[in-house]
Design a protein. Structure first.
Length: 144
């Protein structure tokens, strides 16, 4: 019986090691605009809907989008992009805005994987490799 438990421990430790090793190459990166009104989260983790880029704006999307089908959480604060395809409205109970995240100064670009964002005083514009994306600002937000 003791050999069985010892063997099971090795199997469980091995499985945990493989799971952690598989995610060791995943990247998670957060950034924000200098005003801290807009924050973004990039994840390269393929198993959790990634890779993706999500950006939220604390002042809200203007105009507010329609509620996504089946959404029971907040939906008026951000967009999400995959490497290709159109931007989607985020439905979430959290935010991608982190006031301690790295600042991307106005006039500078942030790029990772299939995503590129340009930070400007007028707002943040991000796009994926297929040319789809979004623009976020206090006055107006849209997808393209």
């Amino acid at each position: 019986m003791a050999d069985y438990h010892l063997g099971m421990r090795f199997v469980l430790v091995g499985a945990l090691f493989l799971a952690l090793a598989g995610s060791a190459h995943a990247a998670l990166f957060m950034f924000r605009t200098p005003s801290s009104n807009i924050g973004c989260l990039f994840s390269s983790e393929p198993g959790f809907g990634g890779p993706y880029l999500r950006c939220d704006i604390l002042s809200g999307l203007k105009p507010a989008p329609k509620r996504p089908k089946g959404c029971t959480l907040d939906w008026k604060y951000g967009y999400r992009l995959r490497p290709t395809g159109p931007a989607l409205t985020v439905c979430a109970g959290d935010t991608a805005v982190n006031r301690h995240a790295k600042v991307v100064p106005y006039g500078r670009r942030w790029a990772r994987g299939a995503f590129t964002c340009l930070s400007r005083k007028a707002g943040l514009r991000c796009h994926n490799r297929s040319g789809h994306g979004f623009f976020l600002s206090k006055k107006h937000s849209y997808r393209f």
